[in-house]
Design a protein. Sequence first.
Lengths: 399, 399
Amino acid sequence: MKVNHYALQLENNYLFSEIASRLRAFQKEYPDRTLLKCSIGDVTRPLPRILVETMKNAAEEMAHPETFRGYGAEQGELFLREAIAQYYAKRGLSVHPEDIFVSDGAKSDLGNLCDLFDADNTVLLPNPVYPVYYDTSIMSGRHVVFLEGSQKNEFLPMPDFSVHADIIYLCSPNNPTGAVYNREQLAEWVAYALEQKAILLFDAAYESYIQDASLPHSIFEIEGAEQCALEINSLSKMAGFTGVRCGWTVVPRTLVLDGASLHQMWFRRMATKYNGTSYIIQRTAAKVFTEEGQQAVREDIAYYMENAHILKKALNQAGIWSTGGDNAPYVWLKAPNNLDSWEFFDELLNRYGIAGTPGAGFGTAGEGYLRFSSFASRETIQEAAKLLENLDFSGKSSK
Amino acid sequence: MKVNHYALQLENNYLFSEIASRLRAFQKEYPDRTLLKCSIGDVTRPLPRILVETMKNAAEEMAHPETFRGYGAEQGELFLREAIAQYYAKRGLSVHPEDIFVSDGAKSDLGNLCDLFDADNTVLLPNPVYPVYYDTSIMSGRHVVFLEGSQKNEFLPMPDFSVHADIIYLCSPNNPTGAVYNREQLAEWVAYALEQKAILLFDAAYESYIQDASLPHSIFEIEGAEQCALEINSLSKMAGFTGVRCGWTVVPRTLVLDGASLHQMWFRRMATKYNGTSYIIQRTAAKVFTEEGQQAVREDIAYYMENAHILKKALNQAGIWSTGGDNAPYVWLKAPNNLDSWEFFDELLNRYGIAGTPGAGFGTAGEGYLRFSSFASRETIQEAAKLLENLDFSGKSSK
């Protein structure tokens, strides 16, 4: 038997385990100091009561023969797909429930979508970006080219029509930079994808954090996207579902590439390798899209966004360059005095007790930057902000 | 962009939609006749109370900051992996929690395991068998060879050492035939896999239905399996989880093939393309393995097995050859008078109102057979049995 040798080419991603190990060392060395964790890309607010009650009611349904549910539709239950379609409709977007596929989360979909494409395809990735796009592309044996984000392009790299791409990943709002493409920029990306006959995989997992009404939440706000793009979304950050697990992908029936309907291919893939998302979870997810559900989850989003503002204000006061945090839960900051990402990480940790995520962990173009997450408690954020305001790195510089 | 052309080679599997369409036609033509559905491979008994209460308690945990859970381990929570290890230990098997990977179900694992192997591998499949093995192998671009089950080999085909295989799928107890390999037979399979340097994917999804104490529940009861086999299992049929979704796969760290640790590869695959199984579901799953949990789910298993016995007895009385149903929830029967699978299906449906699943849908060697499922209610099974006892196909024969 021959193993998938491409999967062996993947280097182990030690980013989060390396952070964890340095935090452990800090706590061992300074047992009395408070560790302010602004490094976690995971929600911390509990689930809203209305969702918990919905989940319990769905659990109770399973106890009675009349309401018990066995295998559901592999594509997801119609009640949830209709609720998601309504969510799009509220922004004037027409997304058909038949084009929506429910899953256990965006990471699964992003990985599993690789099944639809040949190994011999060139993947175009922004840099820095969520590492899953790169890792899954390498595991599939694909060639990867990068497009660099920088302060100059506001970490929103634009397509170069002279560079060929077959599969394009975009993440907007971006993890880790918090940068968000505007409508004109996305229109250029769609034009590029159409010209290249490429597929654009649009990761909208943070769209619910967008505050600026002019910014697009969905690639399907752009004309022509229905012929070149599919969209992945998730309830993880929108509704605190990181431990609950539910996401969805929109694959329009109009999406025909290389002579094949990607909708039919994805339908067949899901019917063959997936048995549907837990009924209990789907019921809870559907509640998120009701008026009461949206009100509850928007309170948590507002809480996290206030955290982001507190962090941004403090960084501003300290004269540290930062972006993101206005329409995304992530704040992306430049290490002062040309420190590299890990040097800055160590300095912040050892001198101030603040943990961030080194930008270099998200790609070469992230070197010299750090990501703060706003998913911590208000108390943690306020304490961190107080320290950040008076950040003093004079005399510190890169080796 | 080039699509995965292998996935396009897959024919649509119309088995279950074709059955559904013929059942609809029956109900339209005979609105007053009772339809006795013995065709469903899905549980029908509600979840035991103890599991529903566990699920509600886990939901309540999510409502409080102290007990809220975000992202869990991609491999599964330790409390559940330990509970599963204990389940093996009760049969004297030493399976380490580190070798257990929790998922949302066996179908996902069976599909996703394809990621670990090169396209250039020969897959060996028993025939008839659960169609997912074939479909996922074709989608991965692999060559498939079959090993025929028949009445002569009791639908338990044995390896031919002169035939090369890289990837071997076994399902025991078998879906659809209900046949179960004994210890000596599995030992021969393990010897064959070791000799071929092949990987043996052992699907044990129905092991909890085994009644005969001498029959193996796990491939790891066989010496040497830890060097050539991994095992997929599920709570779907064991605990009524078809709509709840939870399964697991054991990938021993001793499993090194083609110079690679399959354990490490699967760990990396799950960490990259999966974000863990829902916490609420994992808590409920762990309860299944407690003493009370096992007692509750064993009552449902006994109920279904009694259904199987009622069906078998009736078939016996009618002089219809059948197998399975003793250690599996499926009864596999031979169509009388050399009818083919679909002819027999139509006759049973139209003359008796009984629905089965045509054996031809599970592979060419299933032609001329039918599968009955014991997952219906006792009332349905008893009514069907009464009709089956007096089954009269004299004068009916294949065209």
